[in-house]
Unconditional design. Sequence first.
Length: 275
Amino acid sequence: MGIIQLGLCQMAVCRDKAENLRRAEAALAQAAQQGAQLALLPEMFNCPYENPCFPVYGEPAGGETWQFLSRMAQRYHLYLAGGSVPELEGDKVYNTCYLFSPQGQELARHRKVHLFDIDVPGGQRFKESDTLTAGNQITVVDTPLGKLGLAICFDIRFGELFRVMGQQGAQLVLVPAAFNMTTGPVHWDLAFRSRAVDNQFFVAGCSPARDETASYVAYGHSLVCNPWGTILQQLGHQPGVCVTAVDLDDVAKYRGQIPILSGRRTDLYETIQKT
């Protein structure tokens, strides 16, 4: 499609689900007013980022938050990547991102593949696997805007996942994410820029705003990177909305200049794997 307008909605998240949905709508309305055609919400935008909260705030697909996202996509005529929410299915809880069309139809669903299990001495400790189940699918979907990939937070650290999305033709990967104050200052920009350069596509990350009183303090700094690794736009740590012009035709341009994906030595890699 060429140039599209991408809105990042960096919102504060509290313990009141209804209030979180109100804040999300206000941010989406602002993005639409600024001309966004596609909007991205943060990871776990409807509940606190805490293991005990995930089962309590969780909903099945088609539940309250799913319906809210469908309604918002229609109301503001947006393609909407609904951040992520705790999704219930049977006795399992997934960290899930839904993508909706401007008609309110679910186009794709990505369940976080790589659960956030870290233990940094003197820094952050968190084990998503205490409550969440990992997804097992790579998510790339064709839309009238272009070919979009979905990933969630810790997925960004696994280059092979993004390489497959690139090989499947993704032009823009949307990543709701919540890096913390240990990893955010050192790895946030680096991870997003690296995935963009490695695969020569656009990568956008949307974080919750920072809340110093929360048990898990998000880094913020939602951003959009182009295939050259340049940060096109970035928010600070406070709530905010930004809309960025993203020229998806640049993907073919950069891939033509430096043919990384088409120049892979698959024959060599296969030989090495067999030895």
